[in-house]
Write a protein that binds this ligand. Sequence first.
Ligand code: NCD
Ligand code: ZN
Length: 436
Amino acid sequence: MWWLKDVWVIDPSQKVSGPQDVLVKGGQILEISSGMTEEEVLGKAQGESLETINGKGKFVFPGLIDVHTHLREPGQEDKEDILSGSRAAVRGGFTTILAMANTHPPIDSRALVEFVLRQGERAGYAHVLPIGTVTKGMQGSELVEMADMKAGGAAAFSDDGKNIQNPEVMRLALEYAKLTGFPIISHCEDKDLAGEGLMRRGVTSGRMGLRGIPASAESVIVARDLILAEETGGKLHLAHISTAESVELIRRAKARGVDVTAEVNPHHLIFCDEEIGITDTVLKVNPPLGSRGDREALIEGLADGTIDMIATDHAPHTQAEKTRPFAEAPFGIASLETALSAVWQYLVLPGRLSFDRVVEAWSVTPAQRFGLNGGTLKPGVSADMVLFDPDFKEEINSTTLVSKARNTPFLGKTWQGFPVMVWVEGRLVQRDRTVI
Ligand code: NCD
Ligand code: ZN
């Protein structure tokens, strides 16, 4: 049994934010209340061994749920695999991750869904839930067997990494996904507008002489998908929103009652295109980093609920690939282990976002939208839980990262504020930043 004493509990699912005691017993949340005495707690332990944690000055909240994680297995295990990725997840405070389908081969059949699920269970760290593709082979034409893949354990459908360019295919996908109750996760990027672009089109891309991707490459598809979601009544989830115009489109669609949710990645809340260096591909990411104005609109949209969720878009790549010339390096930032602390450093500490909103957007809302376990510390639920210490200091470096990837812009940074204990189903899987 665990007794977290005098800890600041953040559980937006129960509208709790304040100092409490938390008891975990038999893998479940037993009780959250204040002023428990040792005698009472020992009575409740009923012989189970008790570990008491002094939670003063620390936060506890439901484990984060990341709805956008690339784990690369099967097929590209040199970048990451399900074991290394799910260890990185619990190091970063995530107890559930949704594994994107753009593996090699893509997850477009029930057998492959079952493979990812099994590998996740075998790893035994975060819950790994497979996302299935929308179209066979991610080719954008023929829909997968959604009901069969759901029966095998798929949690959502997405061709992420690639836009569904044909609007009729997208319309049908939204229509058929209704039968599963799952959202279609859309990677909004018009292929022709994006062309061979390498970063956001603007003053910086012009100065650097790099081919640009206009903001409209995203917003045009956001607008299209919102129209299709409204027409079909299907559930739509927009991945990695990055432009001010997209935020505005979503705001208006929500006012009309469209069944849409959207996510934003930490890097789009923290960086903008001006910070990209020609010799440094670490900030080369898709969608590309936008302007300062985009960043502001994303922070505002997340704060006011227009953007529902934060998701990492953890996109691990090898150093060999990322050290190629800018034009040839792959898009992506690996972020599972740093994302929560980055949001703490760059957004919560400066007062741009409340920590309560972060927990809501990264745990409660993802659980509700995707119909998952977790996202709450209600008594009786399985204890997927994080203890966050705002005073814990660490340097982000190659030796401590457990992901296979090193493509993070934060290498060499020393921060204060990390998840220091993580439980999955009541089992401690990370302590003082060491994965157990
Ligand atoms: C992702 C990847 O590497 O798979 N890359 C990225 O820059 N985000 C694909 C994606 O999420 O679109
Ligand atoms: Zn994507």
